[in-house]
Design a protein around this ligand. Structure first.
Ligand SMILES: Nc1nc2c(ncn2[C@@H]2O[C@H](COP(=O)(O)OP(=O)(O)OP(=O)(O)O)[C@@H](O)[C@H]2O)c(=O)[nH]1
Ligand SMILES: [Mg+2]
Length: 444
């Protein structure tokens, strides 16, 4: 494995070919791994043999030598032969975009499951690229058995076959293990679904601020960093029902049903899930690392697409996320449902003119700065939650406080009055839970 830290030479030259180049992002990926970008070479046309044309490879060699670069980093995944040719002609250690992202995942993987997912991606990446110990030696070994073509088969090729077999076997073992874990997750998920607490999934491009939003909503202390793929596990936290803004939730506040108040005095709990960020040209080998992200998006009652409003590539980043949600990663399951809320974050970094542009371009979006507060997002989430809800008035006898406290967990409460017969509540609750409270319903 390569070591990008310490005293080693971390200088890298970036190379991009074809129309779909994103050198700024490639630079951020490289520096996330600790590389120092010392040069950029681009070509509008992609060369099949060596990624960039033969003349450009010459030019690249000059830049690599002059800068004393150790790495050449390409913006696309290369085949084994493209990488070999580029390395031969340009010098430096060729690292393609896929390997770069897999290495970042490897460096950031925190728990056993995500390490296993990354190992699988790494093996799948390496399988078609195994070079035997030294294939050239196979020719020298001479005819050890067999005739004709068989005469070429020497120790180099046998080693190659052996290496591939070992990799394939390890792939099968990990694949089986991850499959078993997925079934376990589904069973647990189905149990959770049995409850009526609404679920919210935060999805989006890497570095959009999803974890910062989760922390702001729930008071969790998950790590956030200005680097790509900081989060590699989905995490779920409860956001407790917000009490009334005026702090009078416990007092006798009551609004008549006939005159609905704009804001409920109490809101239900929900659970919010932070997920792994997406990126363009997402390596298909990482399909397992995104499985639980796609599951979370699929299972959620409310999907929030978080985006970095200050990004110059905002539109492209939103459409990358939309596409990944609908098509999946590699052979992964897509079609997980479209987002319910578009949340444009980091508005503190956006000037007033651009802000007006964004408001015109995304009229339904919620604009926040997660560092300053998530109020508008919280309102939007509760609005979405309520849309699957039913408004009713109930009277719960004083001795049935277990019923009342269960109701507090899932209801938006618009009015509350303590009467002799019990506590009278004007609530909105999930339609699915409506039947359970039918017998407390007050019909005037
Ligand atoms: N200025 C500003 N910075 C923000 C805001 N929200 C998040 N950030 C910063 O943006 C960086 C990325 O935030 P994260 O919450 O880690 O982003 P993420 O979407 O979870 O990223 P990944 O886990 O890598 O996919 C961090 O440095 C945050 O402090 C915001 O509203 N304004
Ligand atoms: Mg994160």
């Amino acid at each position: 494995m390569m070591d990008f830290s310490g005293e080693v030479n971390t200088r890298a030259v970036l190379v991009g070919a074809g129309q779909n180049r994103h050198m700024g992002e490639l630079g951020r990926l490289a520096s996330t791994l600790g590389m120092e970008v010392v040069g950029v070479v681009e070509q509008a046309r992609r060369d099949n043999a060596g990624y960039i044309g033969v003349g450009k490879r010459e030019e690249l060699r000059g830049i690599v030598e002059e800068a004393g670069a150790a790495f050449v980093v390409t913006d696309d995944e290369l085949t084994a032969s493209q990488a070999r040719r580029l390395e031969r002609d340009a010098g430096g250690n060729v690292v393609d975009r896929t390997e770069l992202i897999i290495r970042i995942f490897e460096a950031h993987a925190g728990d056993a499951a995500s390490r296993l997912e990354v190992e699988l991606a790494d093996l799948q990446y390496r399988l078609p690229r195994v070079k035997g110990r030294n294939p050239e030696l196979g020719r020298l070994g001479g005819g050890r058995g067999g005739s004709g073509g068989g005469a070429r088969r020497g120790s180099g090729e046998q080693q190659l076959e052996y290496d591939r077999r070992v990799i394939r076997r390890r792939i099968e073992t990990i694949d089986a293990k991850l499959r078993r874990e997925k079934v376990g997750r589904e069973v647990r998920g189905a149990k959770l679904k049995g409850g009526s607490t609404p679920t919210v999934a935060l999805v989006g491009y890497t570095n959009a601020g999803k974890t910062t939003i989760l922390n702001a909503l729930s008071g969790a202390g998950r790590s956030t960093k200005d680097r790509l793929f900081e989060t590699l596990e989905t995490t779920t936290r409860t956001v407790e029902g917000t009490p009334a803004a005026d702090g009078s939730a416990s007092g006798p506040v009551y609004a008549p049903v006939a005159r609905p108040v704009a804001r409920p005095v109490a809101r239900p709990d929900f659970v919010v899930t932070d997920t792994v960020g997406f990126i363009r040209k997402l390596p298909t080998q990482l399909v397992h690392s995104f499985a639980s992200t796609l599951e979370a998006a699929h299972d959620a009652d409310v999907r929030v697409l978080c985006a970095d409003a200050s990004s110059e590539e905002l539109e492209d980043e939103i459409s990358t996320v939309m596409r990944t949600l609908s098509e999946g990663v590699g052979k992964g399951e897509g079609g997980v449902g479209t987002p319910d809320i578009l949340c444009l974050n980091k508005m503190d970094l956006v000037g007033p003119e651009r802000a007006r542009e964004l408001e015109a371009a995304y009229p339904d979006a919620v604009f926040i700065s997660a560092l300053a507060g998530t109020g508008p997002l919280l309102d939007a989430i509760h609005r979405e939650i309520s849309s699957g809800r039913e408004r009713m008035e109930v009277l719960i006898p004083h001795d049935e406080y277990a019923v009342a406290s269960r109701l507090y967990g899932l209801a938006e409460i618009y009015g509350r009055e303590s009467t002799e017969a019990g506590i009278r509540l004007d609530v909105s609750i999930p339609k699915a839970a409506g039947a359970r409270y039918a017998r407390y319903r007050v019909v005037d």
